[in-house]
Design a binder for this molecule. Structure first.
Ligand SMILES: *[C@@H]1O[C@H](CO)[C@@H](O)[C@H](O)[C@H]1NC(C)=O
Ligand SMILES: *[C@@H]1O[C@H](CO)[C@@H](O)[C@H](O)[C@H]1NC(C)=O
Ligand SMILES: *[C@@H]1O[C@H](CO)[C@@H](O)[C@H](O)[C@H]1NC(C)=O
Ligand SMILES: *[C@@H]1O[C@H](CO)[C@@H](O)[C@H](O)[C@H]1NC(C)=O
Ligand SMILES: *[C@@H]1O[C@H](CO)[C@@H](O)[C@H](O)[C@H]1NC(C)=O
Ligand SMILES: *[C@@H]1O[C@H](CO)[C@@H](O)[C@H](O)[C@H]1NC(C)=O
Ligand SMILES: *[C@@H]1O[C@H](CO)[C@@H](O)[C@H](O)[C@H]1NC(C)=O
Ligand SMILES: *[C@@H]1O[C@H](CO)[C@@H](O)[C@H](O)[C@H]1NC(C)=O
Length: 531
């Protein structure tokens, strides 16, 4: 988010004193990997069971970010649960902490990460454009858990990771084509009372090798350094104490992060704040270096400052996070991700989104083709316009807040009766078994063929609530049901998402059309776009 002091408007452009506020982007973007190539910054993050996975975001100032694509176009190669076949799912699996790197000698981008604790998958782009088609190029039969990558001066790429079986950090030297490791060695054996360190990010800076790592159990971020990449004796220092926190409304502590040097020679560390239900929210921290080569965080009274001066000229992006998506054209915008791999035969984008029912179920967690969008913190509102005249008996469709504790507002068709329901307490446990398909907290009869749904998500810590609204004219919205208290626990890992769904409790064949999706910051209660 950008903050420009009001006074600055009156001054000459050259004397603008601008600053950015943390978080730069208030969305669930965990385990960031961050790169600069030329004057452009790229971000890659974890997405677990959402498809496509590993989004790529782009920025020209480290503050304004836009989604440009994904490194993992589908999840099915990770295992059978990823398409949500009856009785199976892959919640919490899939894309974990991983890395994104451009390799000039190959003129391609590469992504790598461990899934399901036993395999490491490597993908590459077709060419130098990170939005060119991505495909899997290799599977390594070992889990490079929480891996990171860097390129040495000779162009060789090294991957660092934690080996969970031995609690060691290891380094793999990759083949030039990035498909296989050509040498792998243990470099750090974690102390037996402190084996939780993970999230390695390796760098070479001024001839010295660094591995940044974090401890999710004890908190804190550490830095190892050595003059030899395969050394078994690394010096270690605390980079951030476990008590370093961001400012409210971010909730808690900092997780693993990545380092970048700007084209002006200023260094930043981007990490995330554990801030459920919103998710793991990226924060940006300027750093300096001690004379003996240790990074020093720029803190304010021992904490992450709410705001830091811009060191790069603010540069707005084209694809704003907020605004109206009319599902123009014939494909979805890159900000969208499905819950598990979608059944591509059962949705169409054609200047509007058509969702045909793809699953026969009464369980939202088991239904295919739920389309999700990260909530924008701390408060945001989504309004959608939907045509419901092609629903079949037993169909359930609507707009919800999707997480391990979910709720929605939607229309159920029963015979020729259409009711709008607010359903809450839809829960899945940590074994990824649905424990409640939901309780209908309120309902109302609805007539006509067009319905607007609205969800206001407030993840301000003292509130943590969603409210659910509907309208039959797009102008007057009625709240249905009580406020929904969102889940602030971490164990589902992914943050809350807005989610559009359509599934069949009786028989397949029905469909709905979604005309638009309007995302505004704050709590919006006015007329819908296109009403
Ligand atoms: C950076 O710029 C150079 C020169 O224009 C270009 O050859 C190279 O592909 C660019 N790198 C990336 C990753 O875009
Ligand atoms: C772990 O062991 C080291 C070395 O014995 C010790 O200095 C440190 O305090 C221990 N940490 C904890 C949490 O016990
Ligand atoms: C964990 O290890 C790091 C790096 O060796 C050390 O600085 C830190 O004090 C350790 N923490 C605990 C709780 O032992
Ligand atoms: C790298 O070395 C240069 C030249 O000595 C120095 O100016 C710069 O501060 C060093 N950078 C880091 C991150 O240590
Ligand atoms: C993006 O947001 C900025 C600032 O609010 C606005 O000036 C611009 O018109 C928006 N762009 C689009 C494409 O909506
Ligand atoms: C839609 O989903 C159903 C249920 O999985 C499937 O039988 C059907 O082949 C899919 N495609 C179409 C075009 O209906
Ligand atoms: C999740 O629910 C299933 C079905 O009730 C149960 O068998 C399983 O033990 C539960 N898991 C946890 C972690 O509670
Ligand atoms: C949610 O449903 C469970 C039963 O599955 C029930 O025990 C619990 O009281 C419900 N909670 C709320 C907030 O309705």
């Amino acid at each position: 988010m950008r903050l420009v002091p009001l006074l600055a408007g009156a001054l000459a452009l050259s004397s603008w004193a601008s600053a950015f506020t943390n978080p730069p982007i208030y969305e669930d973007l965990a385990d960031v990997d961050l790169r600069r190539y030329n004057d452009t910054y790229y971000l890659s993050t974890s997405t677990m069971h959402f498809s496509p996975g590993a989004p790529i975001l782009r920025s020209f100032d480290l503050v304004n970010w836009e989604y440009i694509g994904h490194s993992v176009p589908q999840l099915v190669q990770f295992g059978t649960g990823y398409t949500l076949p009856p009785g199976q799912n892959a919640y919490n699996q899939g894309v974990w902490a991983s890395w994104l790197i451009f390799v000039p000698a190959q003129n391609k981008w590469f992504w790598g990460g461990c899934t399901n604790f036993f395999q490491t998958h490597i993908f590459s782009s077709a060419g130098p454009d990170p939005t060119s088609a991505w495909t899997q190029i290799s599977v390594i039969n070992a889990c490079y858990y929480d891996s990171g990558a860097f390129m040495d001066d000779d162009g060789t790429v090294y991957v660092s990771f934690k080996d969970l079986g031995t609690n060691t950090f290891q380094i793999s030297k990759m083949a030039a084509d990035m498909t296989t490791p050509v040498q792998t060695q243990v470099v750090i054996t974690l102390p037996s009372n402190n084996t939780s360190l993970e999230g390695t990010r390796p760098y070479k800076i001024n001839g010295t090798y660094y591995i940044f790592t974090s401890s999710p159990n004890t908190g804190g971020e550490y830095v190892y350094k050595s003059s030899n990449i395969f050394s078994t004796s690394w010096e270690v220092n605390v980079f951030l104490g476990p008590d370093v926190a961001p400012q409210p409304p971010l909730v808690c502590c900092l997780g693993q992060g990545a380092l970048v040097e700007t084209q002006n020679g200023v260094w930043y560390w981007m990490s995330f704040s554990w801030s459920y239900p919103n998710g793991r929210i990226p924060v940006l921290l300027p750093i300096t270096w001690s004379s003996d080569g240790w990074p020093i965080p720029t803190l304010s009274n021992g904490a992450l400052a709410a705001s830091y001066p811009d060191t790069l000229t603010p540069h707005p992006v084209t694809n704003n996070l907020t605004g109206v998506d009319t599902f123009a054209g014939t494909s979805l915008g890159v900000q969208w991700e499905w819950n598990h791999d979608p059944d591509t035969t059962n949705f169409t984008v054609n200047n509007g989104l058509t969702l045909r029912t793809a699953s026969l179920t009464n369980d939202w967690f088991a239904a295919r083709n739920t389309l999700t969008h990260r909530i924008l913190g701390p408060i945001s509102t989504v309004t959608i316009k939907m045509t419901i005249s092609s629903m079949k008996d037993g169909d359930r469709t609507g707009l919800g807040l999707f997480r391990d504790v979910s709720a929605y507002i939607g229309v159920w068709r029963s015979g020729n009766t259409f009711t709008v329901n607010m359903v809450n307490n839809i829960t899945i446990n940590t074994s990824e078994v649905t424990t409640n398909t939901g309780n209908t907290a309120a309902s109302a009869a609805v007539a006509g063929t067009t319905v607007w749904f609205r969800v206001i998500s407030n993840s301000t810590p003292a509130v943590n609530m969603g409210t659910f609204w509907y309208s039959t004219d797009g102008k007057t919205f009625k709240q249905l049901g009580p406020g929904f208290s969102t889940d602030t626990n971490f164990q589902y890992f992914e943050g809350q998402r807005f989610a559009i769904f359509n599934f069949a409790a009786s028989s397949l064949g029905g469909s709905v059309q979604v005309a638009n999706f309007e995302l505004t910051t704050g709590s919006y209660t006015g007329v819908a776009f296109g009403a």
